[in-house]
Design a protein around this ligand. Structure first.
Ligand code: HEC
Ligand code: HEC
Length: 343
C-alpha cells in the first residue's frame, strides 16, 4: 500500500518535472567536456604531409614481405582495428595483443596498451621493425622507398630531401593525427543541441556520468583519464603497466581507452576478450569480478546493480551517442605511388 502511494507520488512528480528535464540533463553532465582541436601538434601538418602519410599507411611495401601495411591491422573499415581478437602480421605471425583503434590517437599521451611509447613519431618505426608485424629493417626501408621515383619526388616536395626513416615516421604521425572523431550526437549535445540524443541514449549518458560511474575513468573531452587501471579483463599473466613502472600495484593495468566510435571497434580490451559492448557493460555491472584470481583490481570498480533496461540504455549511449555515422572515417585506400622498376 505504502509502496503504491510512493509510486503514485513519484509519477506525479515526474509529470510536474517534465518541463525542467533540460536543466536535469545539464546537471548530469557536469563532467562532459567538448573536444578541443588538437593542440599537441606544434607545426600544424600541411595537407601534403598528411596525404603522404596516408599513402605510406596503406602501402604494403613498408613490410618485408610486401603484404602487410599499417592498414592491414588498423583498417579504417573496422574502426582502425582489425575486427579480430589478436593482431596478425607478416607470414601470419600472431601478436599477443588486440589491435587498438587509432581514432583520436593524436590526443593520447602515452601510446600502446600499457603506455610504453611516448609519441606517434617515435611509435611509427616500431611496427615497421617488429618481427611479428612488418619485419622491415630501417636501412632496407629507406633504400626501397628511395628506389620508388614517386616517393622520392613527394618526400623532396614535403621535406626538401630524400626518404629517411625519420621522415616516414613524421608523415605517418601527421596522417594519424588527422584521424579524428569529434562530431558524434554526444558532441552535438555538448555543444548545446539537446535533441541530438535519443531518449535511451540520453538515459545512458546520465548513467555513464552518474550511477554507472564510467566517468571515474572515462572522463574529460576524450572520455579517458589517460591513466592505467586493472579492470579484471584478460589473462592475469600479462603484466601490463607493471612492465613499464616495475611497480607491483600496476600489475595488469592498461590505459583507459577513448570511446568515440567504440561501436565500430569490436572486439574489446587489450586482449580482445570481449566480443560485444553488452559483455563489456555486464562485466562492469558485476564490479569487474571474473573467475580469475586478481589481487590488483582497481578500487574504483564496484558492483553497479544496473537492471536490463539500464544496461540497454548505456549501450545506446555507447553505440548511437558516440558514433558519427556522417563522419567519413573510412575514406578508401589511396593510390600508392607506382612500383619501383625491377631491381
Ligand atoms: C600486425 C598488426 C599491426 C601492424 C601491421 C601495425 N600495427 Fe599498430 N598496433 C598493433 C598492435 C597489436 C598494437 C598494440 C600493441 C600493444 O599495446 O602492445 C598497435 C599499436 C599501435 C599504436 C598505439 C595506439 C594506442 O592506442 O596506444 C599506434 C599509433 C600504431 N599501432 C600505429 C601503427 C602504424 C603507423 C603502423 C604502420 C607503420 C602500424 N601500427 C602497423 C598492430 C599492428
Ligand atoms: C577503473 C577505471 C574504469 C572504469 C570505472 C570504467 N572503465 Fe572502461 N576501461 C578502463 C580501462 C583501463 C579499459 C581497458 C582495459 C583493458 O584493456 O584491459 C577500459 C575499456 C573499456 C571499453 C573497451 C574499449 C576498447 O576500445 O577496447 C569500453 C567499451 C569501456 N571501457 C566502457 C566503460 C563503461 C561503459 C563503463 C561504466 C559502466 C566503464 N568503462 C568504466 C577503465 C575503466
Amino acid at each position: 500500500m505504502l509502496r503504491s502511494i510512493l509510486l503514485l507520488k513519484k509519477a506525479l512528480l515526474t509529470l510536474l518535472l517534465c518541463g525542467s528535464a533540460t536543466a536535469q540533463d545539464d546537471d548530469a553532465l557536469t563532467s562532459g567536456v567538448p573536444m578541443a582541436p588538437l593542440q599537441a601538434v606544434a607545426n600544424p601538418a600541411s595537407q601534403a604531409e598528411v596525404e603522404l602519410g596516408r599513402e605510406l599507411f596503406f602501402d604494403v611495401r613498408l613490410s618485408r614481405t610486401d603484404r602487410v601495411s599499417c592498414a592491414n591491422c588498423h583498417d579504417p573499415e573496422k574502426g582502425f582495428s582489425n575486427g579480430q581478437r589478436l593482431a596478425k602480421g607478416v607470414d601470419g605471425r600472431e601478436g599477443k595483443r588486440h589491435v587498438p583503434s587509432l581514432i583520436n590517437v593524436g590526443y593520447i599521451r602515452t601510446l600502446f596498451w600499457e603506455g610504453r611509447a611516448a609519441d606517434l613519431q617515435q611509435q611509427a618505426l616500431l611496427p615497421i621493425q617488429n618481427k611479428a608485424e612488418m619485419d622491415m629493417p630501417l636501412e632496407v626501408l629507406e633504400k626501397k622507398l628511395n628506389g620508388i621515383a614517386d616517393y622520392k619526388r613527394r618526400f623532396e616536395q614535403v621535406y626538401g630531401g630524400s626518404v629517411t626513416a625519420d621522415r616516414v615516421a613524421a608523415a605517418l604521425a601527421a596522417y594519424q593525427r588527422s584521424i579524428v572523431s569529434n562530431d558524434t550526437p554526444f558532441d552535438h549535445y555538448l555543444r548545446g543541441d539537446r535533441e541530438s540524443l535519443s531518449a535511451s541514449s540520453k538515459r545512458g549518458m546520465k548513467l555513464f556520468f552518474g550511477q554507472a560511474s564510467c566517468s571515474r575513468c572515462h572522463t574529460g573531452a576524450q572520455l579517458t583519464d589517460n591513466k592505467f587501471h586493472n579492470i579484471g579483463a584478460g589473462d592475469p599473466a600479462d603484466t601490463g603497466r607493471r612492465a613499464v613502472t616495475r611497480r607491483r600495484e600496476d600489475h595488469g593495468a592498461f590505459r583507459t581507452p577513448q570511446l568515440r566510435e567504440v561501436a565500430h571497434t569490436a572486439p574489446y580490451m587489450h586482449d580482445g576478450s570481449f566480443q560485444t559492448l553488452k559483455e563489456v557493460v555486464q562485466h562492469y555491472n558485476f564490479g569487474g569480478v571474473t573467475d580469475h584470481e586478481n589481487n590488483h583490481r582497481d578500487e574504483l570498480l564496484e558492483v553497479l546493480y544496473l537492471g536490463e533496461d539500464q544496461v540497454d540504455d548505456l549501450i545506446s549511449f555507447l553505440t548511437e551517442g558516440l558514433s558519427s555515422n556522417g563522419n567519413d572515417l573510412s575514406r578508401g585506400k589511396p593510390q600508392t605511388p607506382a612500383r619501383a622498376s625491377k631491381r
